[in-house]
Design a binder for this molecule. Structure first.
Ligand code: ADP
Length: 365
């Protein structure tokens, strides 16, 4: 079955530019106008007011300062991450497609029992690709993407966080279909016992719960109004139960396995040349326990080790004269030996265990 077309944002189509002869005699056109080159397909001529693409409508409601903050800090109209940029995680990709991408592509099929989830939680150790997945989902669906860091929300907008959450969802509805990605969602919605919670943070959490409840009912059977909440956390056990209940689908994003580590190495070294002797399978085995972000760091470090081999002992003037091709030598096992020896995995074993226990209790597949 052919893949259905994704739901496109309602950007008014550009008007076709008229091609063909225009009768100027009856319009009283001047000589200069008559001599103007006729528009052709290759050279459509100077666009007129009518031909200009119409700007999509802009949200103008709410407090101006807060609105501008959201537009500046959180609104990402064009997330560009693709599934192929993300190593491994086939299960997470499948679940996200099933939970977000497909309901937007074929809404009539996802009704009743199959109605989309209200919210989705991605949990797992840090640096495993949760943010990348959220961006890739938004890019794939063509939804407007709001990238909210709860930690920033709590500190930068202190006192206004509650208003901000409300306005954020108003804007998400305006620009729908939208994905609201809330990173570190545990810090906005930790359970009461853990946080010694004060009044302000309780109000933010309550506002988030209210907004999430409103997300489904605002649909009124029209999926183009869909607002999907996607949360991410490195500490799922800290999240308030009331919020966990609303994040109905919980997807575990684990550390990369062997296959994903090989892919990570390939993705990271896409633009570099590598020594044919360098065995990526063997290298990936040595990186067992490293997160995606750790492996990216190892690769970056190895590329610098490699560069330094060429530059050490040279003065700046000599370096300036070097041909780029001369410095750009293939990365070797030796470069990685050095970088691995000084980059430790950032995720402790017991943290992985804790995630797996939480997944067994609360995770969904
Ligand atoms: P998280 O949100 O889980 O903390 P991120 O998605 O922000 O992690 O990943 C941080 C960085 O680590 C990315 O920018 C990317 O360079 C790298 N990375 C992590 N996981 C992956 C992955 N699965 N595939 C490709 N790159 C990854």
């Amino acid at each position: 079955v052919a893949a259905p077309e994704p739901v496109k944002k309602a950007v008014p189509a550009k008007k076709p530019v008229p091609v063909g002869r225009v009768d100027t005699t009856s319009t009283g056109a001047t000589k200069a106008e008559e001599n103007k080159e006729e528009p052709t397909e290759e050279n459509p001529g100077t666009p007129t007011e009518e031909d200009k693409p119409v700007e999509p409508p802009k949200f103008e409601g709410g407090d101006k300062d807060l609105r501008e903050m959201i537009e500046k800090d959180m609104l990402d109209r064009n997330p560009t991450v693709s599934w192929n940029d993300i190593a491994g995680l086939p299960e997470a990709k499948r679940l996200l497609e099933e939970a977000i991408v497909l309901p937007l592509w074929m809404p009539e099929y996802f009704r009743g029992l199959r109605r989309p989830w209200k919210g989705i939680l991605m949990f797992g150790p840090p640096g495993t690709g949760k943010t990348m997945l959220a961006k890739a989902v938004a890019a794939k669906c063509g939804t407007t993407f709001f990238n909210v860091s709860s930690a920033t929300l709590a500190s930068k907008y202190r006192g206004e966080s509650e208003k901000l959450v409300k306005l954020l969802f108003e804007m998400a509805r305006f620009y729908a279909p939208s994905t609201v990605f809330i990173d570190e969602i545990d810090s906005i919605a930790s359970s009461r016992e853990d946080s010694g919670e004060h009044e302000a943070s309780r109000r933010v959490k309550t506002e988030l719960l209210i907004q999430m409840d409103g997300v489904g009912s605002a649909l009124e059977g029209d999926e183009s109004k869909m607002v999907m909440v996607l949360g991410a956390t490195n500490f799922p056990w800290k999240i308030d139960q009331a919020l966990i209940r609303r994040l109905e689908k919980r997807i575990y994003i684990p550390l990369p396995d062997q296959e994903a580590r090989v892919q990570l190495l390939k993705i990271n070294m896409r633009q570099l040349s590598i020594d044919p002797e360098l065995d990526l399978e063997e290298l990936a085995k040595r990186l067992d326990g490293y997160s995606g972000s750790d492996i990216t760091n190892v690769c970056r470090d190895a590329s610098f080790v490699n560069m330094r081999k060429k530059l050490t002992g040279l003065g700046l003037d000599e370096i300036k004269k070097l041909d780029k091709a001369e410095i750009d030598t293939p990365l070797t096992k030796g470069d990685f030996d050095q970088s691995i020896s000084r980059t430790n995995p950032s995720v402790p074993q017991d943290a992985v265990k804790k995630h797996e226990e939480w997944r067994d209790k609360f995770g969904a597949s």
